[in-house]
Design a protein around this ligand. Sequence first.
Ligand SMILES: [Zn+2]
Ligand SMILES: [Zn+2]
Length: 368
Amino acid sequence: MAATRKKSSAPPAAAGRLDRMLGAHLAVGPGLVKAADRAAAVGAMGLQIFTGNPTGWARRAELPKELPEFRARMKEHGFGPLAVHAAYLANLAGPRPEIREKSIAMLQHELRVAPAYGASFVNVHIGSHLGTGVEAGVKRVAEAVDQILDGVPADASDALLVLENSAGGGNGIGESIDELIAIHEAMGKRRVDMSRIGYCLDSAHLWGAGVEMDDLEAVDRVIREFDRKIGLEKLVMIHYNDSKAPHGSKLDRHQHIGGGEVGARGLAALISHPKLAHAAYYLETPGMEEGWDKLNVERTIQLAQGNLKLKPLPAEVPGVPKAGTGAFTKAAAANTRSTKPVAAKKASVKRAVSRVAKRAAKRSVKRR
Ligand SMILES: [Zn+2]
Ligand SMILES: [Zn+2]
């Protein structure tokens, strides 16, 4: 299969070449529909977006007019779950009441508007205890989540609130699986409706936090730890990023796939681990709109296929046609067409790809 790459200008869609969903976080400044088309054109199978300014509190009062068209286009492309990434200012773990209230209100807003976007996930960085200690922080997170969900009844939003691990800098909570477990248990004690909660592991954050993940065995340990106390079905999202920061540095610095410190082996193990095929993966790598998105999708597919010899990163911005230009639209259209007979194709391709992934996983174990 892998050898039959056609001489078409259409990019290698991840659909059919991965046994799991690979999406891209893209800017929606040019428009939601354009972002969806771009994701398809670069070979992604899904999208993560901000609904407003990621570094501001304000959320738009009126919903974008193109939402119905956007939802339709997501369907046309055969995309996986849409994720909304909440603004970075949110802090559910901190002691300052005004920030806490704003964070709760903002997340309630994101949950309420999620259905209009067709979003399955509202993803949030858990936040920082700001020096007040992990225990106090964990307690505050559980209380805040309780309050958020109380304010948005389940019938008003079917989106999951998805808590993301931290690299641990600035007293960030959730830097280890143990801390995620502590939060999970604290929420359980408060009888939070756990059917509305999910988790996201960001590989660059795991790396920054000093979690071992540079080969299949290490990744497997992380997954087993998570599964034992939380359950892998709760691990609904993976932020699939390499890291520019050294292991254990507590820094959160995303890098292109295979161009950073995590390296090809660990990232290959993460994208092909058989127990994570249910999770939705999203690239949050730098310079997406400059063409690095397409390159990172291709590099991810290569790793998933067990080919760990990635080319060095190009010295210059790869550049792909911008949304709206002729070439781009053609590529997007080609991609749409190729996803039409989805059901049948998906099933057979899925089987083939999972065989490839399994072989890759085996090979990477042997290589040690
Ligand atoms: Zn992330
Ligand atoms: Zn990050």
